[in-house]
Design a protein around this ligand. Structure first.
Ligand code: ATP
Ligand code: MEV
Ligand code: MG
Length: 303
């Protein structure tokens, strides 16, 4: 049995706009998905979602990874077991983490010798196939770890303050949210185009602020980014309520992370205010995860 793991992620800036080629800044976080693989006669995929064979309804990302390996190896059967700390369909990159950890586990089992860049590229192809339109952000950051600026693939300084996540526990499908934004953009291109460009500008302006650890200014930009995410229709009442709760209780800034429409928000906060921010989000009805940035990307855990 070989076990590999990959981290979840939060966006400081730029989700959705990055699908249109705008820059984004994304940060790997210390909650992980673990995928164990071993030889078997047929394909079995087991996770909290159920136990299946190749099945594009229940396990689309993992099924697509298996099909991709069948193109480059003589793979027939394999047993795949997924255990994840990352809530599913939550904006924390659960699809990227399961995809990348499965690729690394199969690469290790089958001896295909993929480099990290190959793993990130294959992961992106899988997300594009299943999601319809997908940026390289989630799969790249979850492969490499750390804080990454996309599309430059540039590593920024690791975030050195508290990260507090508030989960609405409202399931959201990234595929659907990306399609909704595309529809809005088709209806009002003159209005939505500039909003997407402004979202991209957050990363351009924010890059130096992240590297100089000016989290007061990073937080202000995150708050502006949140307003623009609301403008493109990916907010919801719970996400707004949690972001205001965080901001009113010591956070530098707070916004949706990932696709939105439900899922999670993220606040950055001084470490001494993390407990206050967490309590305020919980009082507003959120399920809280306190975490940290991590520079550990995909890795083998055991064999
Ligand atoms: N632990 C898991 N086991 C099996 N499949 C998973 C697991 N976690 C995620 N998935 C797959 O990923 C899908 C959710 O991906 P989706 O992109 O919609 O949300 P997300 O990745 O959590 O959020 P975002 O893309 O906004 O960061 C699930 O429906 C499932 O197919
Ligand atoms: C909404 C989106 O920008 C982020 C999802 O985590 C989609 C993508 O980049 O593929
Ligand atoms: Mg996803």
């Amino acid at each position: 049995m070989i076990t590999c793991s990959a981290p979840g992620k939060v966006y400081l800036f730029g989700e959705h706009a990055v699908v249109y080629g705008e820059p984004a800044v994304c940060c790997a976080v210390d909650i992980r998905t673990r995928v164990s693989v071993g030889p078997a006669d047929s394909v079995t995929i087991s996770s909290s979602l159920g136990t299946t064979g190749i099945d594009f309804e229940t396990h689309p990302y993992v099924s697509a990874v298996v099909e991709r390996f069948r193109e480059i190896t003589s793979l027939e059967g394999v047993s795949i077991r997924i255990v994840s700390e990352i809530p599913v369909g939550s904006g924390l990159g659960s699809s990227a983490a399961v995809t990348i950890a499965t690729i690394k586990a199969l690469d290790t089992l089958l001896g295909t010798g993929l480099e990290l860049d190959d793993i990130a590229r294959m992961g992106h192809e899988v997300e594009q196939r299943i999601q319809g339109a997908a940026s390289q952000t989630d799969t790249y950051v979850c492969t490499m770890g750390g804080v990454v600026m996309i599309p430059q693939r540039k590593g920024l300084d690791l975030i050195d303050c508290g990260l507090v996540i508030g989960n609405t526990n409202i399931f959201s499908s990234t595929k659907e949210l990306v399609a909704n934004v595309a529809e809005l953009n088709e209806s009002f291109p003159e209005v939505i185009g500039p909003v997407l460009s402004s979202i991209g500008m957050m990363s351009t302006v924010g890059e130096d602020l992240v590297n100089s650890k000016d989290y007061v200014s990073v937080g202000k930009l995150m708050n502006i980014n949140q307003g623009l995410l609301d403008a493109i229709g990916v907010g919801c009442a719970e996400l707004s309520s949690f972001t205001y709760a965080a901001r009113n209780n010591g956070a530098y800034g707070a916004k949706i992370t990932g696709a939105g429409g439900g899922g999670c928000m993220v606040a950055i906060a001084p470490r001494e205010r993390v407990d206050d921010v967490a309590a305020a989000i919980a009082a507003a009805g959120g399920e809280v995860v306190v975490t940290e940035a991590t520079d550990i990307g995909v890795r083998e855990e055991s064999r």
